[in-house]
Design a protein around this ligand. Sequence first.
Ligand SMILES: Nc1ncnc2c1ncn2[C@@H]1O[C@H](COP(=O)(O)OP(=O)(O)OP(=O)(O)O)[C@@H](O)[C@H]1O
Ligand SMILES: [Mg+2]
Length: 438
Amino acid sequence: MKDNPIIVGLDIGTTKITTVIGELAEGGGVDIIGEGTVHSEGMKRGSVVNLERATHAIRQSIAAAERVSGVQVDSVYVTVAGNHAKAITSHGLAAIRRNQEINVSDVDRAIENARAVPLDPNLEIIHTLPQEYVVDGQEGIKSPVGMHGVRLEVDVHIVAGTAGPLLNLRRCVQEAGVQVEGFVLHALASGLATLEAAEQSQTVIVVDMGGGTTDIGVFKRGNLAHSASIPIGGEHVTADLAQILKIPMEEAENVKRKYGAAIPELADQDLTLEITTASGSTHAISAFELSRIIKPRLSEIFSLIRDEIDHTLGPVELVAQGVVLTGGAALLRGTSDLARDRFRLPVRLGRPRGIGGLTDIVHGPTHAASVGLVLYGIGEDGKVPHIVFQDEPLSAPQVDLPAPLPATPPAPAPATSAPKKEGVSLVDRLRNAFKDWM
Ligand SMILES: Nc1ncnc2c1ncn2[C@@H]1O[C@H](COP(=O)(O)OP(=O)(O)OP(=O)(O)O)[C@@H](O)[C@H]1O
Ligand SMILES: [Mg+2]
């Protein structure tokens, strides 16, 4: 058994369930000492649809991570998909006595004041996230404690999850033999794991492109300031291929990963594939044509993200300085290029950072959320951890410069109907979010 504190993240996704075990290192960093990933079962877009099967898969994932680490897991932080959360931004005010410094209880009072908003009884607060403070009209204050003033104000983003889905998740996790230490919004976890130090002074849009959902978090100066979820992910791309090429989903998945590209111009122009349909007939399709099937769905996802941000925060190009794409679906070749074209912003692929240990196992974008849960558990009040590791010097974000894309010929529309946008706007800010759950 290890002696240092252990923090465990359990990311229950649409396509996979991942457990990541982190151990707090002597110097304050975190080492990943265990990982276990299994196929997701009993889940649909972040909701439990079959308690027994989900419990079984969760148990397997935790057991696999326990075997690697030699540690027994007692409690876990669990991701909550954005489509099961709602958020409101609330303003809090605290009067400060004349000639007195602002103290911690004044800050708590301002936050409590902001929290005192009527919430649907069907919602449970997951995060209470204060943005920067305003003291006597002076904006942009990160920590007002010790300052003088008579009026302390704060905007607080309150993220709440729908009680039913949360109860089901909690029940599955408990039946798998562990306790829920806290629920964490998927987009928040992904951002905590992937944002670089230099991005913490900017506004950056983190887009986690999963199998069934695309979760969006807008981070302002390291704080989650807005979030949303789009119920479309990489599985929809696979389903488009399966339907149009008339092949099983598994084969469509293989073809997509091996030969697919988000932009036809990036596809291997000399490659032609022989496809055997479910009915046994064969036909040829070029990698270029394959990508023409893939592109519209990804374009749709990026358009919906644009709409969401435009509606709630303003034009994307003016709101943010960059976009970080993460999640498994971001691995498809050319996805960053397409996003760069759609957002007209620098775009980079986000991988988990700020960790030591089994980094070779958890280095991919599919592990952003699970690693983010562990970083959240370190207890930095939900802010992007300011940790510098020996193997990861503080560096400028690896953002690619936007480059105009070549004109693309019109692509055939996928035969599957585009799922309706049902993205829920959430907003966030953080402060001792996990205390709600302890
Ligand atoms: N190398 C790859 N190329 C293209 N797509 C990939 C690749 N690897 C994974 N994917 C896609 O990523 C998706 C799964 O991503 P991820 O593991 O982040 O999802 P998840 O966390 O299970 O789902 P969600 O977050 O939506 O609940 C699948 O649709 C899969 O096709
Ligand atoms: Mg995911």
